[in-house]
Design a protein around this ligand. Structure first.
Ligand SMILES: [Zn+2]
Length: 115
């Protein structure tokens, strides 16, 4: 008699990928896509309703405020630096701040491998 073994169902953005593209690439993909899909804070009204309209275009569903941002996140490290540079402010400080924020981002992208 064959006993039924419950199959482990893979979840997450890379569930359709199977074993393809390598673990590192899949983990990076998860990190980027989860950041892309979660709602972001609107710089205009403050509500967490900003979603990506297209690559680099972000729109708030609350106040319809549309603005340009990063390809996968509304605010990028380079964007902060660029904004400071445009204002004529020192860039070094912004770089430090961005690096600090980057370090705080916990790497939680893990996928269960059943092979
Ligand atoms: Zn808004």
């Amino acid at each position: 008699m064959v006993t039924k073994v419950p199959k482990t169902k893979k979840v997450g953005p890379t569930r359709g990928f199977g074993p393809r593209y390598g673990a590192t690439v899949r983990k990076r993909y998860i990190k980027v896509i989860t950041e892309l899909k979660k709602p972001h804070k609107c710089p205009n009204c403050g509500f967490v309703r900003v979603k990506r309209e297209s690559v680099g275009i972000w729109k708030c569903s609350k106040c319809s405020h549309t603005f340009a941002g990063g390809a996968y996140t509304p605010v990028t490290k380079l964007g902060i630096i660029a904004r400071r540079a445009a204002k004529g402010l020192p860039v070094d400080e912004a770089t430090k701040e961005a690096e600090k924020a980057e370090a705080e981002t916990v790497e939680s992208a893990t996928e269960e491998e059943t092979q």
